[in-house]
Design a binder for this molecule. Structure first.
Ligand SMILES: C[S@@+](CC[C@H](N)C(=O)[O-])C[C@H]1O[C@@H](n2cnc3c(N)ncnc32)[C@H](O)[C@@H]1O
Length: 323
């Protein structure tokens, strides 16, 4: 990590990630040949990436480095403005400055009020990232191409009062990212379901859930008419009939989990996959490479992997079974 923060170079892409994951983001960009440079906590710059980086929360090409509101050059096309600081200790201290800049910026009358409107109208998200008090990276990305619609990729999901675990927010963010959710009456299998955060979010949508975990679900879920608890290891379970949705949040070795999910894909036991992989090892990119390989061998396609905002030392994977 550089001792002082480095200013991003106009013309290059600026990426932000979860604090302490800069090295993993740097490495995956280097593996793509994108010539990364570590700028400071939560910030890496590079050439344009060939594939969206797993560890980036958001990225944009830097058009300008400004240090005052008067200097800010805003886009001439329709846009929504997002002023943010990285999700780090320094970034936390800059959050009130971000608010001041956002309210002082001279915005056109037709500026879009929220990122969803920018998405709907094919418009831009204008990004102002506060690297420090006097170094603001400015650029834009089309809303439909953005890694996240949330400022700085901090897509906070609300924890519902009845949610049995924090994990429920990971599922909500994953489904939002995927863009579809299980509907009423659809069959889901939830591997590693206890205490039931994911299962609970699925039954709220009207889905039926086979929850597989040797540990207990909350009493409400144990007696829920749409939940069947299989109190066993996921490695010893197979459904009687193929299901539409396979969810997996097992706290287990990632390669073995990938192999299990690969078996589900090969045997066509599910159509859509949403999984969370725990990555406690240092060599995360090498493990992700193996996971991708095992899932592809296991008939899963459109495999997308991202460390979402609610993911800690873990990543979210979505995929669809090859027809
Ligand atoms: C992070 S927790 C899951 C949280 C859950 N998704 C929720 O929303 O409440 C991980 C779970 O994996 C389960 N687990 C670990 N090994 C397993 C196995 N072989 N089969 C099934 N579940 C397993 C653990 O019992 C634990 O309940």
């Amino acid at each position: 990590m550089p001792l002082t923060l480095l200013a991003p170079a106009p013309g290059r892409w600026l990426w932000t990630c979860r604090a302490t994951f800069e090295g993993h983001l740097y490495e995956e960009l280097a593996w793509q040949g994108a010539e990364p440079r570590l700028l400071g906590p939560g910030l890496v710059e590079s050439d344009e990436a060939k594939t969206p980086p797993v560890f980036a929360r958001i990225g944009f090409p830097v058009r300008q480095v400004a240090s005052s509101v008067a200097e800010l050059r805003l886009p001439s096309q329709a846009f929504h403005l997002q002023v943010w600081a990285p999700d780090t200790e320094l970034g936390g201290r800059l959050s009130s400055l971000a608010e001041t800049i956002a309210s002082a910026a001279r915005l056109p009358a037709d500026v879009l009020a929220d990122p969803q409107s920018a998405l709907k109208h094919g418009a831009l998200l204008c990004q102002v990232c506060l690297v420090d008090e006097r170094c603001w990276a400015v650029g834009e990305v089309r809303a439909r191409d953005a890694l996240s619609l949330a400022p700085g990729g901090r897509h906070r999901m609300r924890r519902e009062r009845e949610a049995p675990s924090r994990a429920a927010m990971k599922l909500e963010e994953a489904l939002d990212w995927l863009g579809v959710s299980p509907g009423k009456g659809e069959d889901c299998v939830d591997l590693g379901a206890a205490p039931g955060g994911w299962t609970q979010r699925l039954v709220v949508r009207g889905a039926k859930v086979l929850a597989v975990d040797p540990a207990n679900l909350t009493p409400e879920l144990e007696r829920h008419p749409k939940v069947e608890h299989i109190k066993a290891s996921a490695f010893a379970f197979e459904p009687d009939e193929p299901v539409e949705w396979l969810f997996c949040d097992m706290a287990w070795r990632p390669l073995e989990v990938a192999q299990l999910l690969g078996k589900w894909g090969r045997r066509r036991m599910a159509t859509v996959l949403v999984a969370n992989f725990k990555l406690p090892m240092n060599d995360k990119n090498a493990m992700l490479w193996r996971i991708r390989h095992v899932l592809a061998e296991g008939n899963w396609e459109q495999v997308k992997i991202r460390q979402l905002y609610h993911d800690r030392d873990e990543v979210t994977v979505t995929a669809v079974a090859r027809k």
